[in-house]
Design a protein around this ligand. Sequence first.
Ligand SMILES: Cc1ncc(COP(=O)(O)O)c(C=O)c1O
Length: 456
Amino acid sequence: MDTALLMPDSSAPTVDRAEGVYIFDNVGRRYLDGCGGAMTVSIGHGVGEVIEAMHAQAAKVSFVYRTQFTNEPAKALASELTAVAPGDLNHAFFVNSGSEATELAMRVAIQYWRARGRPTKTRILGRKLSYHGMTMGALTMSGHEARRADYGDLLQDFALAAPPYDFRFPVSGPDAEGFGAGVWDRVLREEGADSIAAVIVEPIVGAAGGALTPPIGYLAALREICDRHQVLLITDEVVTGLGRTGRWFACEHDEVVPDLIACGKGLTSGYTPLGAVLFRNHIVEALFGVGHGAPFGHTFSNNPLSCSAALAVLRFMKRNAILGNVAARGEQLRVGLAGLARRFPWIADPRGRGLLWGFEFVTDPDRRTPPTAERAANLRFVERCFENGLLVYPCGIAPLNNAVIVSPPLTISELEVDDLLERLAGSLEGFGAVIDFQGWKRAGPAPFTAGAAKRL
Ligand SMILES: Cc1ncc(COP(=O)(O)O)c(C=O)c1O
């Protein structure tokens, strides 16, 4: 490493500027941002009115400490954000990242039950193949084996339920392995709801699963199970929130109102760092009714500059009917990816909703055999796309590491989706050889059995 900036991957180019869906490096190469960085950029790069709003706010005041002053951008953002949120999610608090948002939701859930006289309810259950952030509490709730490994028993051992992973574990039919929402009923009974404050799920699993998309109805069934067991429901909408799936929040597809929503990423489209937690009325009434409230807040909470950026992004999205674009371009991407899966048999199960899509690599489409982990299919494919001027996001499903996410800015045009699909096709051409497609025919059968899959 030859730089003071700690960057383990020093081969990354230096960015110069970005405009719309394109990023330019300092030697003039252009990249189509096919994954919004990390599923973050929602309205594209360099939008003038966001920059102007931030400039105007910075010229007035960039920072105040939240206990000393409130500020107009934070108040307006809370009001406009809760107005687009479903049900009585009528309150918002702003933090600095998705990890802080999920961790705040965790603390609030614990505090809620304490305020309701149920102090034993302290555990937050999540799912395998999930990611809620890198801080210790967020990681404790995450089923991300690779990232948990470094911290061993420093992390709480909260139970993790099976994920909705239909491609490998059908949720219905004779082979059903209990990977539907029903699994939660068993988990909550076995673990004992008396010790459980909340369940946290990503409506569509992002980085940990390559856009694992449960059928409509999954979240509604989970809501009913949580209510029956008196457990709160937190949706982690850090990736799916703010329009990514075609609704303001992905829980709306199921007409579900979670008790708490965590957001981040697309909230500011990446213009500044910001996360948020949305609270239903009954949570706030319990927390503040007893007079102590939750342990909220960081130095930069409710930051005026970041809130002004998020407010400008939200207003831009409303004024330009961006959700309509997500529906149209999402359909174009769905059809395009399905076509690519027919043309290149080494990609399988394109799945997603709106402009959040993922797919996997297989070496045997019939048996759905993944490439061996050593082939590092996801990273090598990302590299290949990079060489073709396209950014896509490598995903986990450890230990397979064979999935990729495509999640362009929500403002992407029809021609730009064509460009994205063309670059994707160019990168897929010949990729079968890289992952040893049908290599098992030469080496002897190596079926990917359900038993092996269950150990994921
Ligand atoms: C679903 C989900 N939740 C939480 C986080 C954590 O967000 P951040 O990296 O902003 O802390 C991420 C980050 O990728 C995420 O994908």
